[in-house]
Design a protein around this ligand. Structure first.
Ligand SMILES: C[S@@+](CC[C@H](N)C(=O)[O-])C[C@H]1O[C@@H](n2cnc3c(N)ncnc32)[C@H](O)[C@@H]1O
Length: 418
Protein backbone atom coordinates (compact mmCIF):
# COMPACT_ATOMS: atom_id res chain seq x y z
CA UNK A 1 0.00 0.00 0.00
CA UNK A 2 1.13 3.57 -0.65
CA UNK A 3 2.67 2.63 -4.00
CA UNK A 4 2.05 4.84 -6.98
CA UNK A 5 0.40 3.33 -10.06
CA UNK A 6 -0.54 5.01 -13.34
CA UNK A 7 -4.12 4.23 -14.31
CA UNK A 8 -4.42 4.19 -18.09
CA UNK A 9 -7.88 4.92 -19.50
CA UNK A 10 -6.61 5.91 -22.96
CA UNK A 11 -3.61 7.47 -24.65
CA UNK A 12 -4.62 10.94 -23.52
CA UNK A 13 -6.27 9.98 -20.26
CA UNK A 14 -4.07 8.72 -17.45
CA UNK A 15 -4.07 9.33 -13.70
CA UNK A 16 -1.65 8.75 -10.85
CA UNK A 17 -3.13 6.77 -7.96
CA UNK A 18 -1.52 6.02 -4.58
CA UNK A 19 -2.82 2.69 -3.31
CA UNK A 20 -4.60 2.82 0.05
CA UNK A 21 -6.04 0.08 2.30
CA UNK A 22 -9.68 0.95 1.63
CA UNK A 23 -9.05 3.12 -1.41
CA UNK A 24 -11.21 3.20 -4.52
CA UNK A 25 -10.66 4.55 -7.99
CA UNK A 26 -13.80 5.80 -9.72
CA UNK A 27 -14.29 6.84 -13.31
CA UNK A 28 -17.08 6.73 -15.91
CA UNK A 29 -16.37 3.05 -16.50
CA UNK A 30 -16.99 1.95 -12.91
CA UNK A 31 -15.58 1.69 -9.41
CA UNK A 32 -12.31 -0.13 -8.80
CA UNK A 33 -11.19 -1.18 -5.31
CA UNK A 34 -7.45 -0.70 -4.77
CA UNK A 35 -7.39 -4.04 -2.92
CA UNK A 36 -8.31 -5.84 -6.14
CA UNK A 37 -5.16 -4.43 -7.80
CA UNK A 38 -2.72 -5.68 -5.16
CA UNK A 39 -0.42 -8.40 -6.52
CA UNK A 40 -1.32 -7.72 -10.15
CA UNK A 41 1.59 -7.20 -12.56
CA UNK A 42 2.14 -3.79 -14.18
CA UNK A 43 0.63 -3.68 -17.65
CA UNK A 44 -2.38 -5.79 -16.70
CA UNK A 45 -6.00 -4.96 -17.46
CA UNK A 46 -8.34 -4.78 -14.49
CA UNK A 47 -12.13 -4.70 -14.53
CA UNK A 48 -14.40 -2.61 -12.32
CA UNK A 49 -15.43 -4.21 -9.05
CA UNK A 50 -18.69 -2.20 -8.89
CA UNK A 51 -20.83 0.17 -10.88
CA UNK A 52 -20.07 -1.10 -14.36
CA UNK A 53 -18.12 -3.54 -16.47
CA UNK A 54 -15.43 -1.11 -17.59
CA UNK A 55 -11.71 -1.71 -17.42
CA UNK A 56 -8.42 0.16 -17.23
CA UNK A 57 -4.75 -0.75 -17.43
CA UNK A 58 -2.33 -0.43 -14.52
CA UNK A 59 1.07 0.93 -15.56
CA UNK A 60 4.40 1.21 -13.81
CA UNK A 61 5.23 4.88 -13.11
CA UNK A 62 8.05 6.23 -15.27
CA UNK A 63 9.40 9.80 -15.52
CA UNK A 64 7.64 10.14 -18.90
CA UNK A 65 4.26 9.06 -17.54
CA UNK A 66 4.75 11.17 -14.41
CA UNK A 67 5.26 14.29 -16.55
CA UNK A 68 1.89 13.55 -18.17
CA UNK A 69 -0.06 13.02 -14.97
CA UNK A 70 1.58 15.20 -12.30
CA UNK A 71 -0.23 17.99 -10.49
CA UNK A 72 1.08 21.28 -11.86
CA UNK A 73 2.37 23.49 -9.08
CA UNK A 74 4.25 25.55 -11.70
CA UNK A 75 4.85 25.59 -15.44
CA UNK A 76 6.66 22.36 -16.26
CA UNK A 77 9.03 20.99 -18.85
CA UNK A 78 7.52 18.49 -21.30
CA UNK A 79 8.99 15.45 -22.97
CA UNK A 80 10.45 17.08 -26.11
CA UNK A 81 12.53 19.52 -24.06
CA UNK A 82 13.30 16.98 -21.33
CA UNK A 83 14.67 14.39 -23.73
CA UNK A 84 16.77 17.02 -25.49
CA UNK A 85 18.17 18.32 -22.19
CA UNK A 86 18.96 14.89 -20.75
CA UNK A 87 20.70 13.78 -23.94
CA UNK A 88 22.76 16.92 -24.49
CA UNK A 89 23.82 17.15 -20.85
CA UNK A 90 25.48 13.77 -21.45
CA UNK A 91 23.98 12.33 -18.26
CA UNK A 92 24.84 8.78 -17.30
CA UNK A 93 24.81 6.56 -14.21
CA UNK A 94 27.04 8.17 -11.60
CA UNK A 95 26.69 11.77 -12.86
CA UNK A 96 26.20 14.60 -10.37
CA UNK A 97 23.64 17.19 -11.52
CA UNK A 98 22.59 20.56 -10.08
CA UNK A 99 19.11 21.87 -10.90
CA UNK A 100 17.17 25.05 -10.12
CA UNK A 101 14.26 25.66 -9.77
CA UNK A 102 12.68 22.37 -8.88
CA UNK A 103 9.16 23.60 -9.68
CA UNK A 104 6.80 20.62 -10.04
CA UNK A 105 9.63 18.11 -10.34
CA UNK A 106 8.78 17.15 -13.90
CA UNK A 107 12.36 17.38 -15.18
CA UNK A 108 13.86 16.20 -11.86
CA UNK A 109 12.31 12.71 -12.28
CA UNK A 110 14.08 12.27 -15.62
CA UNK A 111 17.37 13.64 -14.25
CA UNK A 112 17.23 11.16 -11.36
CA UNK A 113 16.61 8.20 -13.63
CA UNK A 114 19.45 9.21 -15.96
CA UNK A 115 22.04 9.31 -13.15
CA UNK A 116 20.76 6.30 -11.15
CA UNK A 117 21.77 4.09 -9.47
CA UNK A 118 25.01 5.75 -8.36
CA UNK A 119 24.64 9.44 -9.30
CA UNK A 120 22.89 12.28 -7.48
CA UNK A 121 20.65 15.25 -8.27
CA UNK A 122 20.87 18.38 -6.08
CA UNK A 123 17.78 20.43 -6.80
CA UNK A 124 17.17 23.97 -5.44
CA UNK A 125 13.85 25.78 -5.10
CA UNK A 126 13.27 29.08 -3.32
CA UNK A 127 9.53 28.58 -2.70
CA UNK A 128 9.32 26.68 0.64
CA UNK A 129 6.00 24.92 -0.12
CA UNK A 130 7.18 23.68 -3.51
CA UNK A 131 10.48 22.48 -2.12
CA UNK A 132 8.63 20.57 0.62
CA UNK A 133 6.08 18.98 -1.74
CA UNK A 134 8.75 17.93 -4.20
CA UNK A 135 10.80 16.28 -1.45
CA UNK A 136 7.74 14.32 -0.24
CA UNK A 137 6.92 13.21 -3.78
CA UNK A 138 10.46 11.98 -4.49
CA UNK A 139 10.33 9.90 -1.29
CA UNK A 140 6.89 8.48 -2.21
CA UNK A 141 8.35 7.43 -5.56
CA UNK A 142 11.25 5.66 -3.89
CA UNK A 143 13.79 8.22 -5.18
CA UNK A 144 14.77 9.81 -1.85
CA UNK A 145 18.30 8.38 -1.95
CA UNK A 146 19.11 9.82 -5.34
CA UNK A 147 18.00 13.42 -4.81
CA UNK A 148 18.49 16.26 -2.32
CA UNK A 149 15.95 19.10 -2.32
CA UNK A 150 17.14 22.39 -0.80
CA UNK A 151 15.17 25.56 -0.27
CA UNK A 152 17.44 28.39 -1.46
CA UNK A 153 17.37 31.54 -3.56
CA UNK A 154 19.83 30.54 -6.27
CA UNK A 155 19.72 33.79 -8.22
CA UNK A 156 20.79 35.74 -5.13
CA UNK A 157 23.11 33.26 -3.42
CA UNK A 158 24.30 30.96 -6.20
CA UNK A 159 24.92 27.26 -5.47
CA UNK A 160 26.55 26.38 -2.12
CA UNK A 161 30.37 26.45 -2.03
CA UNK A 162 30.35 22.78 -1.01
CA UNK A 163 29.32 21.93 -4.58
CA UNK A 164 32.19 23.81 -6.26
CA UNK A 165 33.99 21.62 -8.77
CA UNK A 166 31.61 18.69 -8.17
CA UNK A 167 28.98 18.86 -10.91
CA UNK A 168 29.01 17.04 -14.23
CA UNK A 169 26.03 19.08 -15.39
CA UNK A 170 23.90 22.06 -14.34
CA UNK A 171 20.34 22.80 -15.46
CA UNK A 172 18.57 26.12 -14.83
CA UNK A 173 14.87 26.92 -15.28
CA UNK A 174 14.79 30.31 -13.55
CA UNK A 175 13.56 33.80 -14.46
CA UNK A 176 17.14 35.23 -14.50
CA UNK A 177 19.55 32.38 -15.31
CA UNK A 178 22.33 34.75 -16.45
CA UNK A 179 22.73 35.88 -12.82
CA UNK A 180 23.80 32.36 -11.83
CA UNK A 181 26.36 31.64 -14.57
CA UNK A 182 29.46 32.58 -12.48
CA UNK A 183 28.30 30.10 -9.82
CA UNK A 184 27.58 27.47 -12.51
CA UNK A 185 31.14 27.92 -13.84
CA UNK A 186 32.51 27.38 -10.33
CA UNK A 187 30.46 24.21 -9.74
CA UNK A 188 31.12 22.42 -13.03
CA UNK A 189 33.93 19.89 -13.34
CA UNK A 190 36.22 20.34 -16.34
CA UNK A 191 34.30 19.45 -19.50
CA UNK A 192 31.03 19.88 -17.61
CA UNK A 193 27.78 20.72 -19.44
CA UNK A 194 25.26 23.47 -18.95
CA UNK A 195 21.65 23.76 -20.10
CA UNK A 196 19.21 26.59 -19.49
CA UNK A 197 15.51 26.69 -20.36
CA UNK A 198 13.85 30.07 -20.94
CA UNK A 199 10.46 30.95 -22.38
CA UNK A 200 11.71 34.21 -23.95
CA UNK A 201 14.50 34.67 -26.46
CA UNK A 202 15.67 37.83 -24.63
CA UNK A 203 16.48 35.68 -21.58
CA UNK A 204 18.48 33.37 -23.85
CA UNK A 205 20.44 36.32 -25.26
CA UNK A 206 21.45 37.50 -21.81
CA UNK A 207 22.37 33.96 -20.75
CA UNK A 208 24.49 33.48 -23.89
CA UNK A 209 26.42 36.67 -23.10
CA UNK A 210 27.03 35.56 -19.52
CA UNK A 211 28.15 32.09 -20.67
CA UNK A 212 30.56 33.56 -23.16
CA UNK A 213 32.13 35.95 -20.65
CA UNK A 214 32.53 33.12 -18.10
CA UNK A 215 34.63 30.89 -20.32
CA UNK A 216 31.93 28.63 -21.77
CA UNK A 217 32.18 27.42 -25.36
CA UNK A 218 30.00 25.52 -27.85
CA UNK A 219 27.04 27.74 -27.00
CA UNK A 220 24.01 26.65 -28.97
CA UNK A 221 20.27 27.30 -28.68
CA UNK A 222 17.43 25.02 -29.80
CA UNK A 223 13.68 25.21 -30.01
CA UNK A 224 12.04 21.79 -29.85
CA UNK A 225 8.80 21.27 -31.76
CA UNK A 226 6.75 18.12 -32.25
CA UNK A 227 5.07 17.33 -35.53
CA UNK A 228 2.61 14.48 -35.53
CA UNK A 229 1.95 12.36 -38.62
CA UNK A 230 -1.26 10.56 -39.37
CA UNK A 231 -0.27 7.23 -40.86
CA UNK A 232 -3.02 4.91 -42.02
CA UNK A 233 -4.17 2.44 -44.64
CA UNK A 234 -6.17 3.78 -47.53
CA UNK A 235 -8.12 2.12 -50.29
CA UNK A 236 -8.07 4.16 -53.48
CA UNK A 237 -10.56 3.39 -56.21
CA UNK A 238 -9.87 6.21 -58.62
CA UNK A 239 -6.43 5.66 -60.07
CA UNK A 240 -7.34 3.51 -63.07
CA UNK A 241 -10.48 5.43 -63.98
CA UNK A 242 -8.79 8.81 -63.94
CA UNK A 243 -6.26 7.55 -66.50
CA UNK A 244 -9.03 6.64 -68.97
CA UNK A 245 -10.27 9.17 -71.55
CA UNK A 246 -13.58 10.77 -70.55
CA UNK A 247 -16.69 8.98 -71.83
CA UNK A 248 -18.53 10.79 -74.65
CA UNK A 249 -21.64 12.77 -73.78
CA UNK A 250 -24.90 11.04 -74.50
CA UNK A 251 -27.43 13.01 -76.55
CA UNK A 252 -30.22 14.48 -74.44
CA UNK A 253 -32.86 12.33 -76.15
CA UNK A 254 -31.21 9.10 -75.07
CA UNK A 255 -32.77 9.05 -71.60
CA UNK A 256 -34.61 11.78 -69.71
CA UNK A 257 -34.05 10.06 -66.37
CA UNK A 258 -30.27 10.09 -66.78
CA UNK A 259 -29.35 13.22 -64.73
CA UNK A 260 -31.50 12.07 -61.82
CA UNK A 261 -29.97 8.62 -61.97
CA UNK A 262 -26.52 10.10 -62.04
CA UNK A 263 -27.23 12.05 -58.89
CA UNK A 264 -28.70 9.02 -57.19
CA UNK A 265 -25.74 6.90 -58.16
CA UNK A 266 -23.35 9.33 -56.52
CA UNK A 267 -25.44 9.30 -53.41
CA UNK A 268 -25.24 5.86 -51.77
CA UNK A 269 -22.31 6.65 -49.62
CA UNK A 270 -24.09 9.65 -48.18
CA UNK A 271 -26.46 7.24 -46.48
CA UNK A 272 -23.66 6.36 -44.12
CA UNK A 273 -23.74 8.90 -41.37
CA UNK A 274 -24.40 6.81 -38.31
CA UNK A 275 -22.47 7.15 -35.11
CA UNK A 276 -22.53 4.50 -32.45
CA UNK A 277 -20.95 4.44 -29.04
CA UNK A 278 -21.01 1.64 -26.53
CA UNK A 279 -18.97 0.46 -23.58
CA UNK A 280 -16.83 -2.56 -24.28
CA UNK A 281 -18.29 -3.14 -27.75
CA UNK A 282 -15.00 -4.35 -29.14
CA UNK A 283 -11.73 -5.23 -27.53
CA UNK A 284 -8.69 -4.64 -29.69
CA UNK A 285 -6.68 -3.01 -26.90
CA UNK A 286 -6.97 0.40 -25.32
CA UNK A 287 -5.82 3.23 -27.49
CA UNK A 288 -5.72 1.11 -30.64
CA UNK A 289 -6.83 3.03 -33.69
CA UNK A 290 -7.66 1.65 -37.10
CA UNK A 291 -8.52 4.01 -39.91
CA UNK A 292 -9.56 3.20 -43.38
CA UNK A 293 -10.42 5.70 -46.02
CA UNK A 294 -11.85 5.17 -49.47
CA UNK A 295 -12.12 7.71 -52.23
CA UNK A 296 -14.80 6.50 -54.58
CA UNK A 297 -15.25 7.35 -58.22
CA UNK A 298 -18.23 9.63 -58.24
CA UNK A 299 -16.57 12.33 -56.17
CA UNK A 300 -17.91 10.78 -52.99
CA UNK A 301 -15.51 10.27 -50.12
CA UNK A 302 -16.27 7.65 -47.51
CA UNK A 303 -14.36 7.59 -44.26
CA UNK A 304 -14.69 4.87 -41.67
CA UNK A 305 -12.95 5.23 -38.38
CA UNK A 306 -12.83 2.83 -35.46
CA UNK A 307 -11.43 4.17 -32.22
CA UNK A 308 -11.11 2.24 -29.03
CA UNK A 309 -10.39 3.41 -25.57
CA UNK A 310 -10.20 1.60 -22.31
CA UNK A 311 -13.66 0.67 -21.17
CA UNK A 312 -15.40 2.14 -24.17
CA UNK A 313 -15.43 1.61 -27.88
CA UNK A 314 -16.42 4.23 -30.33
CA UNK A 315 -17.38 3.54 -33.90
CA UNK A 316 -17.78 6.45 -36.27
CA UNK A 317 -18.71 6.55 -39.88
CA UNK A 318 -18.56 9.67 -41.89
CA UNK A 319 -19.62 10.25 -45.41
CA UNK A 320 -18.96 13.27 -47.54
CA UNK A 321 -20.54 13.87 -50.85
CA UNK A 322 -19.37 16.56 -53.16
CA UNK A 323 -22.04 18.97 -54.30
CA UNK A 324 -21.56 17.97 -57.92
CA UNK A 325 -20.45 14.51 -58.97
CA UNK A 326 -17.13 14.36 -60.82
CA UNK A 327 -17.74 14.98 -64.56
CA UNK A 328 -16.47 11.56 -65.66
CA UNK A 329 -18.60 9.81 -63.08
CA UNK A 330 -21.69 11.80 -63.99
CA UNK A 331 -21.12 11.04 -67.63
CA UNK A 332 -20.59 7.34 -66.93
CA UNK A 333 -23.73 7.18 -64.82
CA UNK A 334 -25.69 9.08 -67.43
CA UNK A 335 -24.43 6.57 -69.95
CA UNK A 336 -25.88 3.86 -67.77
CA UNK A 337 -29.23 5.38 -68.69
CA UNK A 338 -31.22 4.41 -65.63
CA UNK A 339 -29.18 1.46 -64.48
CA UNK A 340 -29.62 0.37 -60.88
CA UNK A 341 -26.13 1.36 -59.82
CA UNK A 342 -27.45 2.66 -56.52
CA UNK A 343 -28.51 -0.85 -55.55
CA UNK A 344 -24.86 -1.58 -54.94
CA UNK A 345 -24.87 0.74 -51.91
CA UNK A 346 -22.41 -0.51 -49.38
CA UNK A 347 -22.33 2.63 -47.26
CA UNK A 348 -24.67 1.48 -44.50
CA UNK A 349 -23.76 2.39 -40.98
CA UNK A 350 -21.65 -0.28 -39.42
CA UNK A 351 -19.98 -1.49 -42.60
CA UNK A 352 -16.43 -0.68 -43.54
CA UNK A 353 -15.50 1.68 -46.32
CA UNK A 354 -13.72 -1.03 -48.29
CA UNK A 355 -16.76 -3.19 -49.04
CA UNK A 356 -18.79 -0.07 -49.65
CA UNK A 357 -16.46 1.17 -52.34
CA UNK A 358 -16.12 -2.32 -53.79
CA UNK A 359 -19.88 -2.59 -54.04
CA UNK A 360 -20.09 0.81 -55.64
CA UNK A 361 -17.39 -0.13 -58.14
CA UNK A 362 -19.23 -3.40 -58.84
CA UNK A 363 -22.45 -1.59 -59.43
CA UNK A 364 -20.73 0.77 -61.79
CA UNK A 365 -19.22 -2.14 -63.59
CA UNK A 366 -22.65 -3.65 -64.01
CA UNK A 367 -23.94 -0.33 -65.20
CA UNK A 368 -21.07 -0.16 -67.65
CA UNK A 369 -21.89 -3.59 -69.07
CA UNK A 370 -25.51 -2.67 -69.49
CA UNK A 371 -24.63 0.59 -71.10
CA UNK A 372 -22.17 -1.12 -73.41
CA UNK A 373 -24.90 -3.42 -74.65
CA UNK A 374 -27.31 -0.56 -75.17
CA UNK A 375 -24.55 1.41 -76.80
CA UNK A 376 -24.20 -1.25 -79.40
CA UNK A 377 -27.93 -1.31 -79.95
CA UNK A 378 -28.09 2.46 -79.98
CA UNK A 379 -25.35 2.56 -82.59
CA UNK A 380 -21.93 3.99 -81.87
CA UNK A 381 -21.72 4.66 -78.10
CA UNK A 382 -18.27 3.97 -76.82
CA UNK A 383 -17.95 1.22 -74.23
CA UNK A 384 -17.03 2.86 -70.87
CA UNK A 385 -13.68 2.15 -69.25
CA UNK A 386 -13.36 -0.99 -67.10
CA UNK A 387 -14.24 -0.75 -63.41
CA UNK A 388 -11.76 1.01 -61.22
CA UNK A 389 -9.31 -1.24 -59.47
CA UNK A 390 -8.85 -1.03 -55.71
CA UNK A 391 -5.46 0.19 -54.67
CA UNK A 392 -4.28 -0.37 -51.09
CA UNK A 393 -1.73 2.12 -49.83
CA UNK A 394 -0.40 3.42 -46.52
CA UNK A 395 -0.44 7.19 -46.44
CA UNK A 396 1.46 9.50 -44.07
CA UNK A 397 0.11 13.00 -43.64
CA UNK A 398 1.91 15.58 -41.53
CA UNK A 399 -0.08 17.65 -39.12
CA UNK A 400 0.63 21.17 -40.35
CA UNK A 401 0.61 22.61 -36.85
CA UNK A 402 3.76 21.67 -34.96
CA UNK A 403 3.17 21.46 -31.21
CA UNK A 404 5.45 21.80 -28.27
CA UNK A 405 6.79 25.32 -28.15
CA UNK A 406 7.16 26.33 -24.54
CA UNK A 407 10.59 27.94 -24.76
CA UNK A 408 14.22 27.63 -25.84
CA UNK A 409 17.06 25.45 -24.61
CA UNK A 410 20.55 26.92 -24.49
CA UNK A 411 23.48 24.52 -24.12
CA UNK A 412 27.14 25.22 -23.39
CA UNK A 413 30.26 23.37 -22.32
CA UNK A 414 33.07 24.33 -19.98
CA UNK A 415 36.45 22.92 -21.05
CA UNK A 416 39.44 22.47 -18.78
CA UNK A 417 40.90 25.89 -17.96
CA UNK A 418 44.25 26.47 -19.69
C1 LIG B 1 9.06 26.99 -14.22
S1 LIG B 1 9.38 26.38 -12.67
C2 LIG B 1 10.44 25.01 -12.96
C3 LIG B 1 9.69 23.82 -13.48
C4 LIG B 1 10.52 22.57 -13.54
N1 LIG B 1 11.60 22.69 -14.49
C5 LIG B 1 9.65 21.39 -13.88
O1 LIG B 1 9.87 20.77 -14.96
O2 LIG B 1 8.75 21.06 -13.13
C6 LIG B 1 10.48 27.56 -12.02
C7 LIG B 1 10.72 27.39 -10.54
O3 LIG B 1 11.83 28.17 -10.16
C8 LIG B 1 11.59 28.68 -8.88
N2 LIG B 1 12.44 29.86 -8.70
C9 LIG B 1 12.25 31.10 -9.21
N3 LIG B 1 13.25 31.91 -8.83
C10 LIG B 1 14.09 31.17 -8.07
C11 LIG B 1 15.30 31.46 -7.39
N4 LIG B 1 15.83 32.68 -7.40
N5 LIG B 1 15.90 30.46 -6.72
C12 LIG B 1 15.37 29.23 -6.70
N6 LIG B 1 14.23 28.90 -7.31
C13 LIG B 1 13.59 29.86 -7.99
C14 LIG B 1 10.11 28.98 -8.89
O4 LIG B 1 9.60 29.02 -7.55
C15 LIG B 1 9.56 27.82 -9.69
O5 LIG B 1 9.15 26.80 -8.85
Amino acid sequence: MGDCVIVYEGLNSMKAVYLAENGRFENRFGIFKHQSWVGKPFGCKVTATMGGHGWVYLLRPTPELWTQVLRHRTQILYLADISMAVTHLDLRPGSVVLESGTGSGSLTHSLIRAVAPTGHVHTFEFHPGRAEEAAVEFKQHGLGERVTVTQRNIEELGFPDTLHGRADAVFLDLPGPWKVIPSVAACLKPNGRFCGFSPCIEQIQRTAEALSSNGFTDIITYECLLREYEVHRETLATTVRLAEPPAPKRPRTAGPAAPAEAKAAAGPSSAAGGEAEGAGAKEAGAGAEVKEETVADAGAEVKAEVKEEAGAAEVKEEAKEEATPAPEAAAAEAEAGGSKAEEGDGGQPGTSAGPSAAAAAGAEAAAGEEQGGRGKRGGGFQRPPPPASMLQAVSARPNLEARGHTGYLIFARKFVCG
